[in-house]
Write a protein that binds this ligand. Structure first.
Ligand code: MG
Length: 253
């Protein structure tokens, strides 16, 4: 069942979303070669707690970090580690959920570490752009499949693949709610959007084949072929006549 949120609930989610904006604004300035993925986690947790939110990923099904920090061929769910050191030319995705007074927002950015290849920059850009191609379709009465299809088509038309094993999701009082939001699908199918629904839309894109594998730690998801991956996500509210993205900072591109 897809839970429609009240204006009060949406206001709480927006505050959590603002704090995620602040997290990304901080990381944009801080991320550099020589840092560990644990250093990123430390920054994320500090910004979240300083702003009266809770890092919801910490302890979620036993996940040890405040953020999922995934480097290069790691697509999602990378466990922060002091042993994983960022190098010039890496790309690193940081996926974070903040909870404010019981309500959550979820977002992810993929950052460049120093100067990266044109190939890596294009992957990040296309992944991000596919989110905006899809989100602009959102309004009450629209089928969820329209969103999924837009993400798939945009990425595939650029020669990439979207993941099949993981999806976006509804969010609110719980980190994962209905509906599941695949990055592939068919327009005109699936649930119909209503005002007050809150959705975490998250293109997870692979430069190579779509297959993934999970490491022995039970979390880390990598591309099976070892090629680069990218992830971009925002939490979005369905409004009376369209949508509102609640996890970007002012002036963010
Ligand atoms: Mg997320």
């Amino acid at each position: 069942m897809i839970i429609v949120k009240s204006p009060r609930e949406i206001a709480l989610m927006k505050r959590a979303g603002e704090v995620l904006g602040l997290v990304f604004k901080t990381l944009e300035k801080e991320i550099r070669a020589g840092m560990s993925t644990m250093d990123i986690d430390t920054i994320v947790e500090r910004v979240i707690r300083e702003n009266d939110c809770i890092p919801a990923e910490k302890g979620y099904h036993g996940f040890p970090g405040s953020a999922c920090v995934s480097v290069n061929e790691t697509l999602i769910h990378g466990i922060p580690s002091s042993k994983i050191i960022l190098r010039e030319g890496d790309i690193v995705s940081v996926d974070v959920v903040a909870t404010y007074q019981g309500y959550s927002a979820d977002a992810c950015r993929t950052f460049a570490v120093g100067t990266i290849t044109e190939r890596a920059a294009r992957l990040i850009e296309v992944t991000k752009h596919s989110f905006f191609e899809a989100v602009k379709l959102i309004a009450p009465g629209v089928h969820l499949g329209d969103i999924s299809e837009a993400i798939q088509k945009y990425n595939e038309s650029h020669g990439y693949n979207v993941v099949r094993d993981y999806t976006g999701h509804g969010i609110g009082a719980h980190m994962h709610e209905d509906p599941s939001i695949p990055n592939y699908g068919k327009s005109g199918t699936g649930p119909i959007l209503e005002q007050g629904m809150t959705l975490a839309i998250e293109p997870m894109v692979l430069e190579g084949r779509k297959d993934t594998r999970v490491l022995g730690d039970g979390w880390t998801v990598k591309s099976k072929d070892g090629k680069l991956t990218s992830h971009y996500e925002n939490t979005v509210v369905v409004t009376e006549d369209g949508y509102e993205i609640i996890t970007m900072y002012e002036g963010e591109k």
